[in-house]
Design a protein around this ligand. Structure first.
Ligand code: HEC
Length: 98
């Protein structure tokens, strides 16, 4: 019984930690297509018109990241036209950059 509970917890943990990895290829494809890195940078690659994304997941909550993409502050275009699942992929990916 205890082993079963342990295995269930372990399975959940594995699932949770697999989310950012699973979101990565889709997120990178979206980011290229949308041109986010013409302004932002990550690990020294990209533009310098916006804050670097390094550590953004530690600075900003997922909700703040989502809000910035849909109705941005500052000189960033809105990406409100994204499908909900595309938005989710971006938010998951960016929240994982910490
Ligand atoms: C034309 C330039 C430009 C493009 C393209 C752009 N951004 Fe931004 N972004 C900005 C600027 C400028 C800010 C800073 C806004 C502020 O706080 O004044 C920002 C802020 C952000 C932040 C918050 C960063 C932080 O450190 O607080 C996130 C997250 C973000 N952008 C995501 C995206 C995503 C995702 C895309 C592509 C879908 C994108 N941006 C495309 C200019 C841009």
């Amino acid at each position: 019984m205890r082993t079963a509970a342990f295995l269930a917890a372990l399975a959940l943990l594995v699932q949770l930690s697999a989310i950012p990895a699973a979101a990565r290829p889709a997120a990178e494809e979206l980011i290229n297509r949308l041109g986010c890195l013409s302004c932002h940078s990550l690990q020294g690659k990209g533009g310098d018109k916006a804050p670097a994304w390094d550590g953004v997941g530690a600075r900003r909550s997922p909700e703040a990241i989502r809000k910035q993409i849909v109705s941005p502050r500052g000189r960033m275009p809105s990406f409100a036209q994204l499908k909900p699942e595309e938005l989710q992929v971006l938010v998951t990916y960016l929240s994982g950059l910490n």
